[in-house]
Design a protein around this ligand. Structure first.
Ligand SMILES: [Zn+2]
Length: 396
């Protein structure tokens, strides 16, 4: 987790705790007027300052001092446990959360929140059964505890229990009144993949269709649906992929290969050429469409035309490694590589890393492919093509 993301989590945790406290105070009708005493402690102020500036270790020390002075300060104990977990001391977090749960003066909201936090500690420690149990207990205490539901949902995702993750996300969206359509669409897509793997064709199709009804931008669902139809009805597969391009043009390139296959299988390969040409006409900097067309032409034994396209792609996007690699392959097809160049080209092909770099906009995790869910921060739909070099500035 990056520092900014961590800070956001902690600030959200503090915000959640304070809101929970206010909520429980209002529910109990208890006259918690004025400021709690511990907030007058200079260590509390200093701890918050460290927290706000992302200095987690010093924040931990200061808040621990507050807790020694005011052992009853539930919020401080909560934040301190979060901090321990986030800096990797999960056992200490578990200890503190369990100590909190042993208290008899917790409000219902505080108990639910602490159980949910304990669940997240266990999840982080890899103790999944205990995590599931803690989340269940939290929801028994307070069925509307968002913190517990979020943790439970993440755990279902981590265990690839897509249906349960989908149901938990639906409850969350209802509770938070948030529009989670895109995440729900991805979860439905995963459910569809699972059904397809099990040979449940109708179920898979229904899940992919539901995904698209939840959010049309879920390119993954179009790709999966087209893959399902690919062999049975390539014309239909092509039409699905065309819809994907219309719904999310910036991701058109993900459809190129299946679309080329679908057109070829239905005897309409000229439509692929027409599509690439149309995209190039719409955006003269579109190196993806040029590359796709060049590959197609090389496959059709027209490497000369392919090379022309690639050189034009290179003019506008000289930093794109994929284009360079395709140029070497095309030169090879043109018979223009001597043994030395051949050796050089083969070495480049074998050793190139991040040939098609994509990056998570939430945590900066890099991958050599489009990923629908980030393996690092576990968010959905955060990957974009990583653009480096002059193309990023759009100066040409
Ligand atoms: Zn990420």
């Amino acid at each position: 987790m990056t520092e900014t993301a961590l800070l956001a989590v902690l600030v959200a945790a503090v915000g959640g705790l304070l809101a929970g406290r206010a909520w429980s105070a209002s529910r109990e009708g208890s006259p918690r007027q004025g400021r709690p005493l511990f907030r007058a402690s200079p260590h509390y102020t200093q701890g918050l300052h460290y927290l706000a500036t992302g200095q987690l270790e010093p924040a931990t020390h200061e808040l621990a001092k507050v807790l020694r002075e005011y052992p009853d300060a539930v919020e401080v104990q909560q934040v301190l446990s979060h901090l321990h977990r986030e800096v990797g001391r999960v056992e200490r977090a578990i200890e503190l959360h369990r100590a909190l749960l042993a208290r008899t003066d917790l409000s219902r909201a505080e108990r639910a929140h602490t159980l949910a936090s304990l669940g997240t500690d266990y999840r982080r420690a890899g103790l999944l059964d205990r995590a599931a149990q803690a989340y269940d207990e939290a929801l028994e205490v307070d069925p509307r505890n968002v913190h517990a539901l979020e943790g439970q949902q993440k755990q279902f995702e981590e265990q690839r229990e897509w249906r349960q993750a989908y149901e938990a996300q639906t409850r969350l969206a209802r509770l938070r009144k948030s529009d989670d359509g895109l995440v729900l669409a991805y979860l439905q897509t995963e459910m569809g993949h699972e059904a397809a793997r099990a040979g449940l064709w109708d179920e898979a199709e229904a899940a992919f269709r539901t995904a698209l009804s939840l959010d049309q931008r879920a390119t993954a669902a179009y790709l999966a649906l087209a893959d399902l139809w690919g062999e049975r009805d390539p014309r239909r597969a092509a039409s699905i992929l065309e819809s994907a391009i219309a719904a999310a043009p910036e991701r058109a390139y993900l459809t190129f290969e299946p679309l080329r296959k679908a057109y070829a299988a239905s005897g309409e390969v000229s439509r692929f050429v027409a599509l690439c040409e149309r995209l190039i006409e719409q955006d003269s900097r579109d190196w993806r469409a040029r590359l796709a067309l060049a590959r197609h032409l090389r496959g059709e034994d027209r490497p000369g035309e392919a090379l022309g396209l690639l050189l034009r792609a290179l003019e506008a996007n000289p930093h794109v490694l994929l284009v360079h690699l395709e140029i070497w392959r095309t030169l090879r097809a043109l018979g223009q590589l001597g043994p030395e160049e051949e050796r050089y080209a083969a070495t480049v092909e074998e050793s190139a890393l991040y040939v098609d770099p994509h990056i998570c906009t939430a945590c900066r995790y890099r991958a050599d492919d489009m990923l629908w869910r980030c393996p690092h921060c576990h968010e959905w739909n955060t990957f974009v093509e990583e653009r480096v070099g002059p193309a990023a500035g759009g100066q040409l």
